[in-house]
Design a protein around this ligand. Structure first.
Ligand SMILES: [Zn+2]
Length: 759
């Protein structure tokens, strides 16, 4: 019966295929890394692959996965993992669940109250909405909180700190306001949330509140839910505040997999837990607190959109804050699917999206989880049609992403050696919406992913998603030079990756070339990490017909299958060399700007500008005179960057020579050796000692900023040393990065040499 059903399926899907084939008519240009013949067969399988994903299935999976709250440790989190496992097995795939045991705090006590000059107790609760059925599951919902806030209870004057980033505190000091001994209230935005309590504690604050201001996340952006997509007055953004730029994953097991018998730190020694208590609140709860603030009126750029004057404090307003958690160890369930490679089983393409959510999480992450499931089903379908990948494909549905990239980090740490040895690339997604394709990742894969984007059709505009991205980049270009570049450069630049999702362990810790993909920018969004991110919201305000879900399945799946079968791994080094040049320019400009700024400010201090213009009725502290930043020796980095550019050109030429007549004129043994070499190319860019002060982060080109969180810092060792005025360290880091780039250039040169000799 089973095989009969399978035959029918096969016939049926072939029929569908005929109807859907004119996908890339006449595109017989061989794919990068393929010969003319292998490219034709590959394109045929890719077309079959892209015909499989169905919007209706995406919708059905989403309804099932987001039906109940499914955070780490909840019954439905486990239930979802088991349901997906069953699905994968039903489709004939080899799947299993890998479990880790991680520290996951959940709230025991939460309290925010204004105690002086008037009384007000914050609700700290998101009400259910009659129109939205799954918003009414209070017994299973995690309360609004920030995971990994330390326990604490304080009563202190309130101070408003804008976004709570380092520059905001500098400005506060100039206005004569100190956060020392205060509870600070910061608005969400402009940095990752975990940076806010970290910087607050560094400035002596005793507690931290983070609220969503309607200017950034609420009625100023659009109609609020349930009438529109944006955050309603009681909506709260939950989220982790662990110091992930130090290291992500389980706070108790840095650098090793959190297996049953792993060596664990004691809670008090876990460095990623905040130093002060912190809670997130809604703008309904924030308003009375902000209204009670006195003191100076805040500077112009600091004003939100609540109907009141914003003051800095401190003054009469005193707040009582209490946070207590259950510090339990909870299991995370990673669902892992393996499709063994027929020819090179030890070369892996890894693809992932998480499945855990803060509450129901229809958008974050389920809109991406279902996309990944449809890709897996499409591969299962191809396998039944007789297809086999050359390399091994591993599909991963991560648990515990939300609290701290737990599932992916622990898996990556537990399998570090084999992943370093075998992995070609990691491809991530984390939710999906409607609009333009966003491509981020390693620049060695820039050309490759641009190639994929040429072959995917935008479901609404019926033009390649690449073309649509290019035209948008032309419209958005800020200068004529930028516009010219977008028109003339063969590839669109891809964004460098910071942190904020599951690629982090692969790229930043293990040095595996990574990509992150999603569609978006045409869907409003104000339900992030609230109880309203659910099926009702998604099917009314985001990718309501799941056509962009289908497009993401096609995009990520095409990337996977193209990497899995390439004769020659399609890394490209000219995109990397070009990006390095770009970053180096930025670093030199950054230093120059700092020098100019300090020189100018010192001059103004001497001229008496600050004292003369200060309003004597307001507090104003003139900035201190500073030493002008010294010149740094960028020469090693400039030389290394030039060397890499030359090596990349040489490799490109050698490649064109061997593939000029549509044949890859390279024997299989040479190809095999070459691929093994190329797989190590991203690994040259990491250093086992890691970045200064945070050894877990080993990539020398990309890292999340220590003070931006999700935001990327490129060439982070040098850039952050300049930003933090550590001049000696900056010079040392320049030498270190230059060495890594010289190693990379040597590897690319040797690959070029292999190609040149192969004829
Ligand atoms: Zn997510």
């Amino acid at each position: 019966m089973r095989s009969g059903a399978r035959l029918f399926l096969l016939f049926f899907s072939c029929f569908l295929l005929l109807a859907a084939t004119p996908d890339t008519p006449g595109n017989d240009q061989p794919l990068n890394g393929y010969s003319a013949a292998s490219s034709r067969s590959q394109r045929d399988w890719e077309t079959r692959f892209r015909a499989v994903p169905e919007p209706q299935k995406l919708r059905d999976y989403m309804q099932r996965l987001s039906a109940r709250p499914h955070h780490v440790g909840s019954p439905y989190d486990k239930d979802n993992a088991e349901w997906m496992l069953t699905k994968f097995k039903e489709w004939g795939l080899d799947a299993n669940i890998e479990t880790f045991d991680v520290l996951f705090p959940t709230p025991k006590a939460r309290m925010v109250e204004l105690v002086e000059p008037t009384k007000f107790t914050a609700k700290l609760q998101e009400p259910a909405l009659p129109v939205d059925p799954t918003s009414n599951q209070p017994s299973e919902q995690l309360p609004t909180y920030n995971a990994y806030s330390i326990d604490g209870e304080v009563t202190a004057p309130l101070v408003y700190v804008n976004y709570g980033i380092p520059e905001d505190y500098e400005k506060l000091e100039r206005m004569g306001v100190s956060a020392k001994g205060a509870i600070v209230i910061a608005r969400y935005g402009n940095s990752w949330r975990g940076i806010k309590p970290k910087v607050a504690a560094e400035h002596g604050a005793l507690g931290c509140l983070i609220y969503s201001d309607p200017a950034d996340d609420g009625y100023v952006q659009g109609n609020v839910f349930p009438g529109g997509a944006w955050r309603p007055r009681d909506g709260v953004q939950r989220g982790s505040v662990a110091d992930m730029p130090l290291y992500p994953g389980d706070p108790l097991t840095p650098g090793v997999g959190a297996t049953k018998d792993a060596r664990r730190l004691e809670l008090k020694d876990a460095k990623t837990i905040t130093r002060i208590p912190v809670l997130p609140i809604s703008y309904a709860d924030a308003q009375p607190l902000l209204a009670a603030l006195t003191g100076e009126v805040v500077p112009e750029g600091w004003r939100g959109s609540l109907p009141q004057t914003y003051h800095l404090g401190p003054g009469a307003a005193k707040v009582h804050l209490k946070v207590q958690s259950n510090w339990d160890i909870k299991p995370v369930y990673d669902v892992i699917v393996k499709i063994p490679g027929a020819i090179n089983p030890d070369e892996w393409i890894v693809r992932g999206n998480h499945h855990d959510a803060w509450v129901n999480g229809a958008e974050d992450p389920v809109s991406g989880t279902v996309v990944l499931m449809e890709e897996a089903r499409a591969f299962a379908t191809l396998l039944k049609q007789g297809w086999r990948p050359k390399r091994t494909i591993i599909y991963c549905v991560w648990d515990g992403e939300e609290p701290g990239l737990l599932g992916s980090t622990e898996w990556g740490e537990a399998h570090a050696d084999e992943l370093r040895r075998n992995t070609v690339a990691y491809i991530n997604s984390d939710g999906n919406g409607r609009g333009f394709l966003s491509m981020g990742g390693s620049h060695t894969l820039e050309k490759f992913i641009n190639g994929v984007a040429h072959d995917i059709e935008d479901p609404e505009k019926k033009i390649p998603v690449w073309k649509r991205d290019q035209l948008k980049a032309i419209a958005d270009a800020k200068t004529p030079e930028d516009r010219k570049e977008v028109r003339e450069r063969s590839d669109l630049r891809i964004d460098a990756l910071g942190s904020g999702s599951d690629w982090t362990v692969f790229l930043d810790h293990l040095g595996i070339a990574s990509l992150d993909l999603s569609y978006g920018a045409e869907d409003g969004g104000g339900v992030y990490h609230s109880i309203y991110d659910d099926f009702y919201w998604y099917t009314h305000f985001s990718d309501t017909d799941f056509s962009y879900g289908r497009a993401l399945s096609q995009t990520a799946g095409t990337a996977v299958i193209r990497l899995a079968n390439a004769d020659l791994l399609p890394y490209d080094f000219s995109g990397l060399a070009d990006s390095i040049h770009h970053y180096l320019d930025e670093l030199q400009k950054l230093l120059q700007t700092k020098q100019d700024e300090v020189t100018e400010r010192n001059k103004e201090i001497e001229e008496g500008v600050f004292t003369a213009i200060a309003d004597p009725k307001k507090t104003s502290v003139p900035p201190p005179a500073e030493e002008v930043p010294p010149h740094l020796n960028f020469a090693p980095l400039q030389n290394a960057s030039d060397t890499l550019t030359h090596s990349a050109e040489r490799y490109q030429k050698a490649l064109e020579k061997v593939s000029h007549n549509g044949e890859l004129a390279v024997g299989p043994a040479v190809l095999q050796a070459l691929n093994e070499k190329l797989m190590r190319s991203e690994r040259q860019l990491v250093s086992p000692e890691g970045l200064p002060g945070r050894p877990w982060f080993q990539h020398l080109i990309y890292a999340p900023g220590a003070y931006t969180g999700y935001g990327v810092k490129t060439i982070p060792g040098v850039r952050e040393a300049i930003e933090q005025k550590k001049w000696k360290e900056a010079d040392e880091q320049i030498v270190r990065v230059a060495k890594a780039l010289q190693d990379e250039a040597a590897l690319v040169d040797s690959a070029a040499h292999d190609l040149e000799e192969s004829k």
